[in-house]
Structures are given as structure tokens and as C-alpha cells.
Design a protein around this ligand. Sequence first.
Ligand code: IPE
Ligand code: MG
Length: 241
Amino acid sequence: MDGNGRWAQRRHHPRVFGHVRGASRIKPVVREAERLGVKALTLYAFSTENWTRPEEELGVLWKILKKFLKREADELDARNVRLRVIGELERLGPDVREVLDPVIARLSKNTGLQLTFAVSYGSRREIARAARLFAEDCVSGKRHPSDLQERGDDLLEEYLWTADLGELAQVDLVIRTSGEKRISNFLLWQAAYAEFVFLDLCWPDFSPQDFEQAVVEYSNRDRRFGGLGQKKELKTGGIRA
Ligand code: IPE
Ligand code: MG
């Protein structure tokens, strides 16, 4: 959800105005995800690097998150949406946890859209943490280093923050707004074979129609996962023919 600050500054408003407007885009986007049949949606709300921002801006961001949770919990629950948060939850203030934890618990049995907020999230930190947890399991005798050789990828995934999502943790499509064309430490492992759509518009201008268009573009991509793709294999009389 990039470009809130620039969206506001271009309109001669303070950056935080863009965060307020940006937060108001979440609900329509969640509804559109449901309408499109998207099973899991992860919104990158706050990165580990965002902590370097000025105190005032950070304060507003946490206030917005708390407000969103208080305002939307009932409707999310009514729509059977499950909410998770990935990231360094332990770094969040007690005031944020006080609002966040009960909402997560309340929606934890829901089976509809699997909605995740990445908050104080950094993918490198997530992978480093996974390595540490695995090492700890080796030290305690629960695992052996050779386990990683036998079922490496699947096994390490169990230690990522997204483990709970099961196979839905594998990202199909990443949409980045604001014109930047980089990953910025987002789901590096999980998006190994994701398709990317980069949009020039800033997050506060991102509409359900833009979301739908990105999904349509995704559906027209030829995903081969490093192979040749079914059509080409058939044509050349390859393995699947
Ligand atoms: C995204 O907007 C929201 C957060 C990172 C919290 P930005 O705040 O990154 O806005 P720009 O990229 O500076 O315009
Ligand atoms: Mg930004």
C-alpha cells in the first residue's frame, strides 16, 4: 500500500492525510477480493524499516490501525473474514496490542477471506527468524540439520510467520502501487513465483476496478514455474504429452 505520503504532498496536505485516505481504501479492496474469489489477501501496512519515520507520523499510523480495527471488526466478522498479523508483534505498543489481540482472537474461527496485515514486517527478518527457530529445534533435539535436506522448502516454511496460512502462503500476485518497482522486503520467500503488477497510481487512489484489472492481467500471464508450461510441453512432445 505505497504512496500515501506522496499522494497527500502532491495535494499540499500533510503526509498523514494520505495515510487516513489510504486506510479508507482497505474496506473496498477487501470486498473486491471477496467478489473476485481471492482466498488470501495480505496488505503490507508497515515495514521493519518504517520505524525510522518521525514519531508524529508513527503515532498517527498506529492510531489509524486501532481505529480501523475498532470500526471494522463487526463487519469483518459478519463477512466471515479471518484476520492475521505477520511481523514483529512484540515491537508494537501495548495500546495497539490491546485492540489488535482481541480482534484477531474474535475472527480466528472464520473461514472466508484470509486477510493478513503485515505490520512491522520484514521478509529478511522473517527468514532469519525461521533459521534461528530451526536451529533451536536442532539444539533441543526436535530436528536434525539433515531434515532440511530431505524436505527443505516445505520444512523451513513451517517456521515463517505465514506458516499458519498453509498453501495459501504461496503468493500468486503482488500488486505494488506508487510507481516504485521494487519488492521492499515483502514476502521474499513466499513470492518466489509470484506475478508482479506495478501501478503508477498511489495507494489512496487504488480502486476496486484497479484491483480487478490487475487480477485480469494476472490471469492472462503464462505461469511456467521454471518449466516449459503445459502447452509448450505438449507441442514438443515433452514430458506431459
Ligand atoms: C505507504 O505510504 C504507507 C506506509 C508505509 C505506512 P508511504 O508512507 O510509504 O508513502 P510514500 O511512499 O512516502 O509516498
Ligand atoms: Mg513508501
